[in-house]
Design a protein around this ligand. Structure first.
Ligand code: T1G
Length: 698
């Protein structure tokens, strides 16, 4: 046996203990060890039952994702499951922590399952672009029925022990040491002559309308294919004998293993975990954080306060006047009542958070003892400098002063204080207590422990924190400005905003750029165009028709009309008939003869602009790694997760072809389509963005 599987025996019960930290992933050594353990138990004279249990914090977290893409080594997981199920001994799985994917499939191949009250089970393979590939789509429907099995498999959601018990996935819930609990349960089964219960021998469940289930799941997946493919695998569990169903599942699994979507989603899985691991922060201790000051109680300030309160921080929120302060308190209470309704907090917690943990004041002196302040006031440099001047005067010497600005120069703000080393940007995304992205903007003089504290705060707030350098728009908004401009250029040249929105939704975005603009408020883009007009290069093509939409007082959803018209009470909008006339007029003014665009060209240009700008800011060091850009776009801008992010998408498309397209576009507009030096360098060296991620991890 390998050192990954311990073997002990108590009476006529053998115990196989998995020890593969941190989460007992089913690596090749674990699979080999479990087969050897079953062999040993069956050869061990007098043994009547086997208990499988996990060491550490989980039973088994699933197949070993680090092995994906490599040549699979026997014993393959489905064969291990068959080996367990076919044992003449009674096999008991004793679950604690998580039993996910292959972990639950191993448990389903046992004959009985007992769990800790805090245990969770699930088949999350669809979150990796896959389906369960070791019998999950064949055994689970036999155990709990097609509808319940499809719910778990197509959503990939985790199920708590009590629900798993109700569904029939587990047989008993008993609190205690998983090994002891498993042993006692096995002894009880042996004493009562309980039968082996191979799920594969259970009756196949009743069929459903498979095509309706497939179509519905495909639609819900918004372009992701594995959930719908799981329907076909479950269909096989009903229509085919078990071993043929297993073959059908395997074929679908292996097909999905070869897809770009699997590569994209595995990239997202690992990048989510790597993005917070910064080499520069190795061994750097964050400063102590217990109380947070917030300046400004508008939507952003109240959202940040909500997130901080829910994370257990004390919050002191400052507003200019008493009525604004009370309005801020009301906003925060409203946000928290949402958490109360969803059962995230209790009545008592709600009361404590809104009275004891939260202080609202109009006096900066209330900030004298806070550890960190986040300024979320009007986006104007003079206003920010005034606020930071006051903070510098009242806050304790080692207090960190952060700005939530979305584009202003943090270096300039820092220079207006006596503590530039303690100044940082913490760019939250609205609504701040919901959106997971946090850009930690590091200014020239920001001290390493202040950066570490920014990341520690992000982790405490359950955010995905990404390090950004100082430039207009940092990472996300700078890239957004560019791909939004690419869309504007396509409108001027002949595409309709509605065709562009649809093409990007079909690509996998939740909304297209014009619907997003309506949601954010067209007045924001209008103000930005006015702000940038003075320094705009003559070669820049900036449409004027959106200004006309705004001049008519149409700012999008907040006024009921923008690119779309929003009827009260309806979801989504319908195209605003006034817009095409404004576009035609501008094309005429510019002497443009509109041309057709295919959806494919729209997506290609939109994505090429996104990747090109990202490559520029990577080259400038604004983002440290391509995976950082991917995480910004996934968690802040609704980029479809199954592509893994724009940089992963670019690698999957092939950088040489992408650069060739950009160079071709540059013949039409040399100013907008200047190829990024980094992109040209990678193509010249035959490397990918992922190679840069690997370089950074060394
Ligand atoms: N394989 C390899 N490494 C894994 C892993 C896995 N399945 N799961 C986690 N890790 C690593 C992770 O990269 C991190 O590493 C460390 O463990 C702690 O994870 C055939 C094909 C289990 C709920 O999709 O959901 O089975 O950064 O930081 O927040 O049908 O990890 O420390 O070096 O996330 O406490 C199905 C994926 C696989 C579960 C723990 N299983 N993992 O969360 O810690 S496919 C999954 C998770 C499959 C079969 C199919 C979470 C967690 P490092 P962590 P956590």
């Amino acid at each position: 046996m390998t050192d990954k599987i311990g073997y002990t025996r108590k009476g006529d019960i053998a115990v196989l203990r998995i020890s593969n930290p941190p989460v007992n992933a089913l690596s090749h050594a674990v699979r080999e060890g479990l087969v050897a353990g079953m062999d040993r138990a069956e050869a061990d004279d007098g043994v009547k039952a086997v208990v499988i249990v996990g060491d550490g914090r989980a039973f088994i977290a699933g197949a070993d994702i680090t092995e994906f893409g490599k040549t699979p080594l026997e014993p393959f997981l489905p064969d291990l499951c068959k080996r367990i199920e076919d044992s003449p001994l009674i096999v008991v799985a004793s679950l604690h922590g998580v039993s996910l994917g292959g972990g639950l499939e191993v448990a389903l191949s046992a004959h009985y399952r007992i769990a800790q009250p805090s245990a969770k089970v699930g088949l999350p393979e669809v979150h990796l672009g896959l389906i369960p590939g070791a019998g999950g789509t064949q055994r689970l429907p036999r155990l709990i029925g097609v509808d319940a099995a499809l719910d778990l498999i197509t959503t990939g959601r985790q199920v708590k022990a009590d629900e798993a018990d109700r569904l029939g996935i587990i047989d008993e819930i008993t609190e205690g040491d998983p090994g002891e609990v498993g042993l006692a349960y096995a002894e009880k089964l042996v004493a009562s002559n309980a039968p082996r219960r191979p799920i594969s021998e259970m009756e196949a469940p009743d069929p459903i309308d498979w095509d309706a289930a497939y179509d519905g799941t495909l639609k819900k997946g918004r372009g992701q294919i594995s959930p719908a493919q799981a329907v076909r695998a479950v269909q096989a569990s009903v229509e085919l004998p078990f071993h043929q169903g297993m073959q059908a599942e395997r074929e679908i699994f292996m097909d999905l293993m070869r897809t770009d979507q699997r590569q994209g989603m595995i990239h997202a899985f690992f990048s989510e975990r790597a993005v917070g691991n910064l080499p520069e922060l190795k061994g750097v201790e964050p400063r102590a954080l217990q109380s947070i000051g917030i300046i400004g109680g508008g939507t952003m300030g109240a959202g940040i306060a909500t997130a901080a309160l829910l994370a257990g921080f004390n919050v002191v929120l400052i507003e200019m006047k008493l009525d604004a302060a009370e309005a801020a308190r009301a906003r925060i209470s409203g946000n928290l009542s949402g958490a109360l309704k969803r059962g995230k907090i209790s009545e008592l917690q709600f009361k404590t958070l809104t009275t004891v943990a939260l202080e609202v004041s109009i006096n900066y002196d209330s900030l004298a003892s806070v550890d960190l302040v986040i300024e979320a006031v009007f986006e104007d440099m003079a206003v920010k400098k005034d606020v930071f001047g006051k903070l510098d005067a009242v806050c304790k010497p080692d207090a960190i002063l952060a700005s939530n600005t979305s584009y202003l120069d943090i270096n300039e703000i820092a220079a207006s204080t006596s503590r530039p080393e303690s100044v940082i940007g913490l760019h939250f995304f609205s609504p701040a207590h919901v959106m997971k992205l946090l850009e930690v903007v590091v200014a020239e003089k920001t001290a390493p422990d202040v950066v570490a504290t920014g990341f520690a705060l992000g982790k405490a707030l359950n955010k995905i924190s990404v390090r950004a350098g100082v430039c207009d728009g940092f990472i996300g908004n700078r890239i957004l400005a560019t791909y939004r401009t690419a869309a504007d250029h396509m409108v001027l040249d002949g595409a309709s905003p509605y065709q562009i929105d649809k093409a990007l939704v079909d690509f996998g975005f939740a909304m297209g750029p014009f619907a997003v603009a309506d949601l954010a408020g067209l007045d924001i883009g209008w103000a930005t165009r006015k702000r940038k007009a003075a320094t705009r290069h003559a070669a820049e093509r900036v449409p004027t028709y959106p200004d006309k939409i705004c001049e008519a007082g149409n700012f999008g959803q907040k006024t009921g009309k923008g690119f779309y018209v929003y009827e009260a009470g309806t979801r989504g909008g319908v195209p605003n008939p006034e817009v095409p006339e404004l576009i035609d007029a501008e094309r005429a003014e510019r002497g443009i003869t509109p041309r057709d665009f295919t959806d494919a060209e729209i997506v290609r240009r939109y994505m090429a602009a996104m990747v090109n700008e990202a490559a520029k800011l990577l080259g400038e060091g604004i983002a440290k790694r391509p995976l950082d850009v991917d995480m910004v776009l996934l968690f802040g801008y609704g980029f479809p997760r199954y592509w893994g992010g724009p940089m992963k998408w670019a690698d999957l498309q092939g950088l040489p072809a992408l650069l060739a397209d950009i160079e071709r576009y540059a013949t039409e507009d040399a100013w907008f389509w200047q190829p990024a030096p980094l992109l040209k360098q990678l193509v010249a060296e035959g490397r990918t963005f992922d190679d840069l991620n690997k370089d950074a991890a060394r």
